[in-house]
Design a protein around this ligand. Structure first.
Ligand SMILES: Nc1ncnc2c1ncn2[C@@H]1O[C@H](COP(=O)(O)OP(=O)(O)OP(=O)(O)O)[C@@H](O)[C@H]1O
Ligand SMILES: [Mg+2]
Length: 283
């Protein structure tokens, strides 16, 4: 029996129903590696025995399914319009992860009638209760959509690269998250650094400014160095942890998964359930 299964059984015996860890993966600047991290981190967690659900919340350029090499005919959009059920839309991907594919028509949620909204809320609620981790792949930047998805998550992973522009934009995003108290815990993952030294330096820079100017402790989960395997795996549409399992990038993202699963989880229940929050954003 793996560690995740043991924990599930213990919590069931204690009649304690743990909330899934809802984690938004975001960034200030675009193109820093969020979608690659969500896909590969999700698979690593699933390999560890956790039940993982991915939500593609990049309303502009949803592409998590493409990266995972999955053919998805429908998205949450069809559910909202009442054309498909959630069961028809959620697809199972590599390593057994579940995916809710994204779509540009997300804003249609506001046109849901009361009954459909209630049904969708119930179904989404059932799904999220059945998973251990919900990873949300957001768009980049400080838009209303991105902040909305950050606010429904209990934790945020900000992906940052060593480029000064990425660091500056990450700082601005973290400032907004803190200003509006949108997240209880903020983690950092440094991506595309050329060396461990540069990765550590980047993490130190961002944690230092957040600590100094925002009085906020940021937790560094780890790094994924710049690696040709990542681009190659994207072209082959196979997540790099599966296509190149012995590559540095795969080992590094596994270390990030371990840091995430062993990281302290707040026991404080959500002030409001994930589904109700999601509904309020679009409702
Ligand atoms: N560690 C890495 N090493 C080398 N290339 C990488 C690495 N991580 C990501 N990339 C490359 O960076 C590009 C952007 O990655 P990705 O799509 O995951 O970023 P994103 O933050 O989701 O972008 P967007 O903001 O557009 O959603 C891809 O071409 C990918 O191959
Ligand atoms: Mg992306």
């Amino acid at each position: 029996m793996d560690q995740a299964e043991k924990l599930r059984q213990i919590s069931q015996n204690l009649e304690f129903c743990p909330q899934p860890r809802v984690i938004a993966v975001t960034s200030g600047k675009g193109g820093v590696g969020k979608t690659n991290l969500v896909a590969n981190l999700g698979i690593c967690l699933a390999e560890g025995g956790y039940r993982v659900l991915l939500l593609d919340a990049d309303l502009g350029t949803a592409n998590l399914d493409v990266l995972l090499g999955m053919f998805t005919e429908y998205s949450l959009y069809e559910v909202i319009r009442g054309y498909r059920s959630l069961d028809e839309v959620i697809v199972t991907g590599p390593g057994g992860i579940k995916l809710i594919p994204g779509a540009a028509g997300f804003r249609e949620m506001s046109y849901l009638d009361g009954i459909r909204k209630e049904q969708l809320e119930k179904r989404l609620g059932e799904y999220t209760q059945k998973c251990d981790f919900l990873l949300i792949d957001t768009g980049a930047g400080i838009s209303k959509n991105v902040l909305s998805f950050i606010s429904i998550a209990s934790e945020v992973i900000v992906v940052v690269t060593p480029e000064p522009t990425s660091l500056a934009d990450a700082y601005c995003l973290i400032k907004v998250i803190c200003r509006f108290n949108l997240s209880r815990k903020i983690h950092i993952v440094v991506n595309m650094a050329s060396s461990i030294f540069e990765a550590n330096q980047t993490a130190e820079k961002i944690t230092h400014v957040c600590n100094h100017f925002l009085l906020k402790n940021i937790d560094t989960l780890g790094y994924v160095l710049d690696n040709n395997c990542v681009g190659q795996a994207v072209r082959e549409q196979v997540p790099f942890v599966q296509r190149y399992p012995k590559s540095g990038a795969a080992l590094q993202v596994r270390a990030v998964a371990r840091a995430l699963e062993t990281g302290s989880v707040s026991n404080e229940p959500f002030r409001e359930g994930f589904v109700s929050k999601l509904m309020r954003i679009f409702g």
